[in-house]
Ligand binder design. Sequence first.
Ligand code: THU
Length: 136
Amino acid sequence: MTENDRLMELAEEARKNAYVPYSDFRVGAALLAADGTIYTGCNIENAAYSPGNCAERTAIFKAVSEGQRDFVKIAVVGGKSGETADFTAPCGMCRQVIAEFCGPDFIFLLGKPGEYREYRFSEILPYAFTPKNLGK
Ligand code: THU
């Protein structure tokens, strides 16, 4: 199995843990760090709505909280319970969080297992506001 296929499969697996009583839209993500470690995440909703977290940010925050800051790619799989969408676009907030840690060559695998496309971060969020804008 290729690395991409494995990441898509892990993202699909992580979807099972999504906590989505409000949207019923389950998302899973699998984030590959430069050292080969994979961090998964799911979306976690909340009765007060805005505290909810997307699958991508769950994965990134898990990784950063464990000392990782160097990432290669992320697979994202989503869809209503019982089905898998052809394509789940990462939300704007997740794109901005990813911009903090990932450069233009970071890869998104979007779609479903066996049927996904690869995008560079520079396509997903062109003209990103990054730490460089603050001289960091
Ligand atoms: N969601 C994600 O987890 N990732 C995305 O890329 C798109 C949206 C979540 C947020 C919310 O829990 C649900 O999907 C519906 O918007």
